[in-house]
Design a protein. Structure first.
Lengths: 695, 576
């Protein structure tokens, strides 16, 4: 076959999803198989073979294989990374263990804290010192480094992190150690903080560097393995990996900076939504991806999701901020909350209904799975309310037990609360919607959006079931359900640009700043970015975006200013100042022009524009809504609070321009779209379901 | 559940959660807008809001219990002290009266009424710990007049118009006016964020008041707290103890009785020492906050706090005593006594409820240090850090290393401290053998060493250091045969310094601050051998101490325990 294919592959907790696109015809094929946790490349191998059966020889014609994986995050959560050592400045081996010392739950005296990824006996100090302004006061001693390294190797380390105090300002000592390690132990996996995260605050930098080191061997091994397997299957194209920041990168870069692919999986749905946002020119889109355990959401403005520079992994208290390890790398600003189909409903100590954050998971799963689950879940409520068809779950391959769902609802919720079972089911559906709505409103408001203007793009098994209720609660006027919403996130891979973000801290006041020096700094970052992107192949022109992070002298957090790409020396100081004041006033209500400002960090995003991607149109041209109608069933009206008849449709049979008035249910294999009485759905030429909601 | 409620349980839960997210959003804005590292990095502040009647409705998740507990009482008094109709939209009140609020001048409260449909529906308030409030920064002042600027409740903004005179008075009474002004602006901004979100919620939900919602939330919280208190056996639980005097000062005697009657608790301080002529006197509100912290954290830690949680907990303290001091007592270092209240209530209750409490903690009191002076170029600088110590162990858990308890807060990153000040940090590390031995070990204390640089970048001498800390004489006690943690230390160039006054240092000096380790819980000989082995491997415990205290014989070559020798040694030690 000719080289016109691209293959996207997303390894999730339960399933590995494949989407194959033919760039000539725009058609795509999908495949889903069970994830193989012991070696995730087994599932990839298996899926590719299945697709080969359907389309013999496609792999040889595949130019790009784009991959997202939860391997890294799982290695951290399950503590299956490498035996890792740390070399640090004398006096600071406990930085990782002390953390920031705050008790994340002020009133809980028995809170647990995450164990550092590097145990104390593998954290070694060397006598060197650089000041906060970059002066060397104690030079590094090569012999001492050699001795420390020898001891760590004797302890059996497989990976090494190096993080010295103030190296963000002057990395010379870390560079020297890097040279020594390269000489003495060339095979040892090494991560230096000046390369992983050259930013001020030693705990966050050490933690990020240590995490990188911890997952580096397992990531390179896996990616090498995958690469080799694809080679042997006849793949001749280029393998790309999804970054948490929404870009894609080469295997080489992902292997060097695995800490950047931690959120590789959840990011794909956001990237897919970005694409739809641009395709349909939607100003404010709210990506809503609701699976079994969590709901991920993200506001996408003008086809662009926000990026943040910090997040947490491995929380000991799953949804408690501060109970995990802080990682400071660019990551798509998505919010994840404990609300999914498997979220368990219970009565809490105050006698109130509570849903989530605990999930019944896949085993035993919701009560209606009939696998022994006794706790009622959101899926049980959805079934009892008539939103799900017990005979058509996963296209009918899995029978749901409605009686088991009712029983669980009755025993655990309805009776203790003294309400009818139906009311309990409605309460669960409504409360989980409210939980997501509260989170959505906060997230949207924080990003400066307005819930009354967003289009919700619904993904995941439970997303289209709950999108209508969510839209009602936040006042969103429209829902968009893309084709293949169940595996649709893998489509995001095709639209992601090859991109990499680099940062460097250099703190200086605007008045004292030497703009020529800053230009040098930007150039150095751009050069580094060019080197990284060239590994990813291709000769197209690269785009650069410069951001300066500034603040009032004395403040602790910065305000980002994206600036023109012209040489920095061409900027006037007063122009920078007024640009800062303008942004600050917008964000915080007022600014203080008499107060001096300073630069803290400089950022560069280097990218190569993504390839265009054309979605195929629906094959059928018939506008025959009746053809897709399967029947009528009683389901619960969130408005009238009673059962009313809903028309039921089969999505695959709906042609373009079909119009469906609520109350209605549209079913497909991996999901169910619920439309209440205030909704009206229209199918477009590509098979997207657009639901308009009147208030 | 009450059938007369205006909110069904589901709606109630949703609205409640929203109230929490509102205050947390205000809380998060502080990190983005604050100036001093004590706020932005060390998180020494609390945001909250009340209903129109001044009843606390919700407080920030990352709050400091002392500020939160004390300000809830104070804010209510301020609000109720003025007829509601005298407030105007855009009013911003600033106050740091220690007796009204959080017990010392540094804790400055900014309070604003929130109007919705032309009626005051709520009050939003935040207390920030300003590291600089002028005055003589030390714990050995005799009266509050020496400790800095005293601000009674005054309007910083009157119906939206800035009262420049108030701001000017503040500016001229502090060493670092830019920072203090910046932090006040950050407080106004935090209240603004809170107010906006509350109005948005009222409008979204079609409510015209928060008061009905408050009734319901407060009632349910009270009920939960009461049912938790009922798990404590009825009785009177007395405790008598002393808190060390700084330097050469006398120890302070504390006498308290925890009276439990069904779902009510009364903590009575009758017999406690009178107030003293140095800065550790505690106002009623602040004492109450840490008494409440003890009951809340031990018996009902999950539930969000509001006025309902405090109703079942009453306190009686003699006027003019060190735990209910009278104006104009010196109060700057009130945490040196106030933070002990939680531990002392725990000790009173330890025999009755051993599962619920923890041993003494090295972060009690919070170890605070204020540094100030002039840079080599003559510019003034001023900073404050808070240090934790080892947390006490519990019945089923080792103590966490280094926590500020019962207060809360974070450390200031070394790299931030070094770039904000002329100081150089030489180490910040855990101290081996500092955790109290026990079946469960207390958390380790830590050392922080700071050098005043000499040479070109040396600051202009002297560099002043105020220490507001403790545990220099009496270490955190272990419970149920658990041993004490190590004591705290304060050394200048290796010689003991005087933590009771202001210390002046010069370029080249090295200052050592050791915070104490947590107390152990249960007998050390009962500690799991493998746990001791790990402690030795991690250098939490030395080989010598493993043998001497835990009776575990470690082979220095293999690092493993010699089981036979250990069993023999433990048997011998038990029989002694």
């Amino acid at each position: 076959m000719d080289g016109s294919f691209r293959l996207g592959c997303d390894i999730g907790g339960t399933f590995t999803d494949f989407v194959l696109v033919d760039d000539e015809t725009g058609e795509f094929q999908t495949h889903k198989c069970l994830t193989t946790p012991s070696d995730p490349s087994d599932a990839v191998d298996e899926g590719v073979r299945q697709l080969e059966n359907r389309m013999p020889g496609f792999l040889a014609g595949t130019e790009e294989f784009i991959h997202g994986t939860t391997l890294v995050i799982n290695a951290i959560i399950e503590r299956k990374g490498a035996v890792t050592g740390l070399i640090t400045t004398q006096g600071f081996r406990d930085v990782l263990e002390l953390g920031r010392e705050i008790r994340y739950d002020a009133y809980d005296i028995f809170s647990e804290y995450p164990e550092p990824l590097i145990p104390r006996f593998l954290r070694r100090e060397i006598n060197e010192r650089i000041t906060s302004d970059g002066r060397i006061i104690i030079p590094v001693d090569a012999d001492e480094v050699g001795n420390v390294l020898e001891k760590l190797l004797a302890e059996g380390i497989q990976s090494l992190a190096v993080c010295l105090i103030n190296s963000y300002e002057n990395p010379i000592h870390e560079k020297k150690i890097k040279d020594i390690v390269a000489q003495a132990a060339p095979e040892l996996s090494l991560s230096t903080s000046f390369e992983v995260l050259p930013q001020i605050r030693e705990y966050e930098r050490t933690c990020t560097t240590a995490t990188n080191a911890y997952v580096k061997p397992i990531t390179s091994r896996y990616l090498n393995n995958l690469s080799n397997r694809l080679d042997s299957l006849g793949f001749k194209g280029k393998l790309f990996i999804m970054l948490s920041s929404g870009g894609i990168t080469s295997v080489e870069t992902a292997s060097r900076f695995p800490v950047r692919i931690i959120e590789s999986g959840p990011t794909a749905a956001v990237i897919a939504s970005q694409f739809y946002g641009k395709m349909f020119a939607i100003k404010d889109m709210f990506c809503f991806d609701m699976g079994g355990t969590t709901a991920k959401s993200c506001l996408i403005q003008n086809g662009q999701a926000g990026l943040v520079s910090t997040f947490e992994v491995g929380r000991v208290q799953r949804f408690k901020k501060g109970s995990g390890l802080p990682i400071q790398v660019p990551v798509v600003d998505l919010m994840e909350i404990g609300a999914g189909g498997g979220s368990i409903a219970k009565i809490n100590r105050m006698g109130l209904l509570q849903v989530g954050p605990e999930s019944a998971g896949a085993d035993p799963g919701p009560a209606c799975y009939g696998m022994g689950g006794e706790n009622p879940t959101v899926t049980d409520a959805d079934l009892v309310l008539g939103f799900l068809d017990p005979d058509y779950f996963l296209g009918g391959t899995m029978q749901l037990e409605k009686n088991a769902a009712k029983e669980a609802l009755k025993n655990k919720i309805a009776e203790p609360l003294g309400t009818p079972t139906i009311e309990a089911a409605f309460g669960i559906h409504d409360l989980i919607n409210e939980t997501m709505a509260a989170a959505a409103k906060t997230h949207i408001a924080e990003k400066g959006g307005n819930p009354n203007l967003v289009t919700i793009s619904a993904f995941g098994g439970a997303g289209p079931v709950h999108a209508y209720g969510l839209a009602k609660k936040i006042g969103a006027p429209r829902i968009l359900v893309p084709p293949l919403a169940g595996v649709g996130s893998a489509l995001g891979f095709f639209t992601a640009p090859v991109a990499f973000d680099l940062t460097r801290s250099h703190r200086v006041t605007l008045d004292d700043a030497d703009f020529a020096k800053i230009e040098e700094l930007f150039r150095a970052l751009e050069k580094e970015g060019i080197d990284i992107l060239q590994e990813a192949g291709g000769q197209q022109a690269l785009a650069f975006e410069r951001t300066i992070m500034m603040r009032f002298v004395g403040q602790g957090a910065e305000t980002d200013l994206v600036i023109d790409n012209k040489p920095f020396i061409e900027w006037q100081k007063e122009d920078i100042r007024s640009a800062f004041d303008e942004i600050y006033e917008t964000l915080y209500g007022r600014t203080y022009p008499e107060q001096p400002v300073e630069f803290v960090t400089f950022k560069v995003r280097v990218s190569r524009p993504g390839r265009s991607f054309q979605l195929p149109k629906l094959k059928t041209a018939e506008k025959d809504t009746a053809r897709g109608k399967k029947g009528v069933r009683q389901a619960f009206s969130l408005k009238q609070k009673e059962f009313i008849p809903f028309d039921v449709y089969e999505r695959a049979l709906l042609g373009p321009d079909s119009v469906i008035k609520g109350p209605a249910i549209i079913e497909e294999r991996e999901s169910t779209i619920v439309i209440g009485e205030d909704g009206e759905a229209r199918i477009d030429a590509f098979g997207f379901v657009w639901i308009d909601i009147s208030s | 559940m009450t059938s007369t409620s205006k909110f069904d349980p589901i709606t109630l839960e949703i609205l409640w959660r929203r109230l929490i997210s509102i205050v947390d959003e205000a809380d998060a804005s502080v990190a983005r807008t604050a100036f001093s590292s004590l706020l932005r990095d060390a998180h020494d502040y609390t945001c909250m809001f009340t209903d129109s009647r001044g009843r606390e409705l919700v407080q920030g998740t990352f709050c400091t219990p002392g500020q939160a507990g004390a300000m809830a009482l104070g804010v209510k008094r301020i609000i109720r002290g003025t007829p509601l109709e005298t407030y105007s939209p855009g009013d911003v009140i600033v106050v740091n009266d220690p007796w009204l609020l959080a017990g010392h001048l540094n804790d400055v409260c900014v309070l604003s009424p929130i109007f919705y449909k032309e009626k005051p529906v709520a009050f939003t308030a935040c207390v920030f710990h300003h590291s600089d409030i002028g005055g003589r920064v030390s714990s050995d002042n005799r009266e509050v007049y020496e400790e800095g600027l005293f601000i009674p409740p005054v309007k910083l903004y009157d119906a939206g118009i800035l009262n420049e005179s108030v701001l000017e008075i503040i500016r001229w009474n502090v060493r670092t006016p830019e920072e203090v002004t910046g932090d006040l602006r950050s407080q106004v901004a935090a209240n603004h964020v809170c107010a906006q979100k509350i109005i948005e919620m009222l409008s979204d939900e079609g409510l015209s008041t928060l008061d009905d919602l408050a009734d319901e939330i407060i009632a349910r919280t009270e009920q939960s707290m009461r049912s938790a208190i009922q798990s404590i056996p009825n009785g009177s639980y007395p405790f008598e103890g002393v808190i060390e005097g700084s330097g050469k000062r006398d120890d302070i005697e504390i006498k308290l009785t925890v009276n439990v009657a069904d779902s009510d608790i009364l903590v009575d301080f009758t017999g406690t020492a009178p107030q003293v002529d140095w800065g550790v006197n505690v106002v009623y509100n602040f004492t109450y906050a840490y008494v409440f912290m003890a009951i809340k954290s031990a018996f009902d830690p999950e539930l969000p706090i509001n006025e309902g949680a405090i109703r079942p907990v009453k306190m009686a303290a003699p006027e003019g005593s060190v735990v209910n001091c009278s104006f104009p007592a010196a109060v700057a270092a009130r945490m040196q006594v106030g933070h002990f209240m939680t531990e002392m209530v725990f000790r009173a209750l330890s025999a009755a409820t051993p599962d619920h409490i923890i041993a003494g903690s090295g972060g009690t009191p919070a170890q605070t240090n204020i540094f100030y002076g002039k840079r080599s170029n003559g510019k003034p600088w001023h900073t404050m850090i808070i240090r934790g110590g080892g947390l006490g162990a519990g019945k089923n858990q080792d103590g966490h290393h280094c926590a500020i308890f019962p207060a809360n807060g974070a450390n200031t990153p070394v790299e931030i401290l070094e770039s904000d000040t002329p100081l150089l940090v030489e180490s910040r590390e855990l101290l081996c053998d500092s955790g109290g031995a026990g079946n469960h070990r207390g958390g380790l204390g830590r050392r922080m060493q700071i050098r005043v640089p000499d040479g070109e970048t040396a600051p202009i001498p002297p560099v002043a250091i105020a220490v507001q800390a403790g545990r220099f004489q009496y270490p955190p006690k272990g419970f149920f045969e658990g041993r004490s943690g190590a004591k705290a230390g304060f050394l200048i160039n290796g010689n003991p310094g005087d933590p009771g006054g202001l210390t002046f240092t010069n370029p080249g000096d090295v200052i050592t601050f050791d915070s104490a380790g947590g107390g152990g819980f249960g007998a050390p000989l009962e500690r799991d051998i493998a746990a001791v082995e790990k402690d030795v491997k991690y250098e939490y415990v030395s080989i010598a101490q493993a043998e001497k205290t835990y009776g575990v014989v470690i082979d220095s070559k293999s690092g493993g325990a010699d089981i036979a020798a250990t069993n023999a040694l433990r048997m011998k030690m038990r029989n002694l």
